[in-house]
Design a protein around this ligand. Structure first.
Ligand SMILES: Nc1nc2c(c(=O)[nH]1)N[C@H]1C(S)=C(S)[C@@H](COP(=O)(O)O)O[C@H]1N2
Ligand SMILES: [Mo]
Length: 416
């Protein structure tokens, strides 16, 4: 029996420190990656929560798909309409940086993997809490990366709404991230301050390291190169000029086509079941408000005071266009028709689209009031094409693409 026990103990087990032999592991390597993530992920968190605020989720009846958010929506505010490229910037940073940090995140996880197997799993109450924060951290990070990447690659394989999963996932991840930062940042700073000499203890270094085939500096350079490659092949998602370099962007989405309407399309008319009968000569726009309900043909809308605005489409899925030249009726002029000649209220915009998501959106009063917010009839000097929302679509400065409802059928003005 004693012999068997000895032989079992001699088996290679990841719980034995000697099992992990890479000479790269060590507190310095982990501290560098950790500080990069601290800075980078902070920006990803901030832009992510801004994206949630930009959705007007507290126009609860319509936009909010996260009805139980409660306190987690505490920071919501009226998303501004300027600068007009605001969401293009925040969401471009969120998605591009999120993608570029993936190699750093994986390297960081790899650098501490022996610790995940360390025995005993829990040594004290404090240690138990620390381990719990690591579960939230690692689980949250992987969950957010996987759901985020699937979303920008337009792979909607989620059980339920991506928006809700990614929102709650962000809070779990943030809880783990904050706890981990409080617990580990002092040590990381001390280690890096200590300079290149030998460290007193290096709890992450292999006790029995294998011969080096790559220096720590070389390993960090490889991680950095991986991030740079992802950055270089992702930045083009947010730029018309760089778009051909967006090698990882999903094919068939955000493809410009040609001509004046030749800019990215999120969902084509056919893909959401828009029928020509819905948008043909019998189409009417219904405008509702305290003054009553009014119906307009496209020609009647074209006969109103038409205004222009140069605005981008910036999708939550991480792509955006440069400014397009839209022409149409100001939302605030439509609000006046509906019975709000002074300060306009919010508006519920509904598409003729019958099924699928994004067929309705609520805009805030500040968005309706902005002189650049249009019910667009033309873009770049041509009538809208069916895929860009003919006969009429909303376009609002600084708003997420999803607020810019296409194939609009009705607009109901009044506080939501
Ligand atoms: N009715 C309707 N409007 C919609 C959508 C939709 O699926 N249905 N998609 C929205 C999203 S998510 C975006 S990013 C923009 C894209 O506009 P575009 O296809 O003209 O570029 O349209 C928005 N308006
Ligand atoms: Mo979108």
């Amino acid at each position: 029996m004693g012999d068997l026990k000895r032989r079992i103990e001699a088996l290679p087990s990841p719980a034995r420190p000697g099992f992990w032999r890479s000479p790269l592991r060590g507190v310095r390597f982990t501290a560098v990656l950790g500080l990069v993530l601290l800075a980078g992920l902070t920006l990803v968190f901030v832009t992510g929560f801004l994206s949630y605020a930009a959705y007007n989720p507290d126009l609860a009846a319509v936009n909010d798909k996260t009805p139980d958010k409660g306190l987690l929506g505490f920071y919501l505010f009226a998303w501004p309409t300027g600068p007009h490229w605001l969401y293009r910037l925040t969401q471009g940073v969120h998605v591009t940086l999120g993608i570029a940090l993936v190699p750093v995140l994986l390297a960081k996880l790899w650098s501490v993997i022996p610790r995940l197997f360390a025995l005993p799993p829990v040594r004290s109450a404090g240690h138990a809490l620390e381990r719990l924060s690591v579960v939230l951290l690692v689980g949250g990070a992987l969950f957010q990366v996987v759901t985020g990447v699937l979303n920008v690659q337009v792979e909607y394989v989620f059980p339920g709404s991506f928006y809700r999963l990614h929102f709650y996932g962000a809070w779990v991840f943030l809880a783990g991230f904050l706890a981990h930062t409080v617990l580990k940042l002092p040590r990381a700073v001390r280690v890096l301050r200590a300079g290149p000499g030998p460290l007193g203890t290096d709890e992450l270094a292999a006790p029995d390291p294998a011969p080096a085939t790559l220096s720590r500096r070389g390993a960090l350079a490889m991680v950095g190169a991986g991030s740079l490659v992802l950055l270089a092949t992702s930045a083009g998602r947010s730029s018309d000029v760089l778009r051909p370099t967006a090698l990882l962007a999903p094919h068939g989405v955000g493809e410009p086509g040609s001509g004046p309407n030749g800019f990215q399309i999120n969902k084509t008319a056919a893909s959401v079941g828009i029928r020509t009968a819905d948008t043909g000569p019998s189409w009417r726009l219904t405008v509702r408000g305290p003054a009553g309900a009014f119906r307009f043909t496209r020609d009647e809308l074209l006969a109103m005071a038409l205004r222009s605005a140069a605005l981008p489409i910036a999708c939550v899925e991480g792509w955006s266009t440069s400014d397009q030249w839209w022409r149409g009726v100001r939302l605030r002029d439509l609000a006046a028709i509906a019975g709000f000649p002074g300060h306009p209220p919010s508006v519920l915009v509904e598409s003729v689209q019958r099924a699928g998501s994004f067929r309705r959106a609520a805009l805030r009063s500040n968005q309706v009031a902005d002189a650049r917010s249009l019910l667009a009839l033309e873009v770049n000097g041509e009538p809208l094409t069916p895929d860009h929302g003919y006969p009429a679509r909303v376009i609002v400065p600084a708003a997420p693409g999803v607020m810019n409802t296409k194939w609009v059928g009705s607009m109901t003005f009044g506080d939501l």
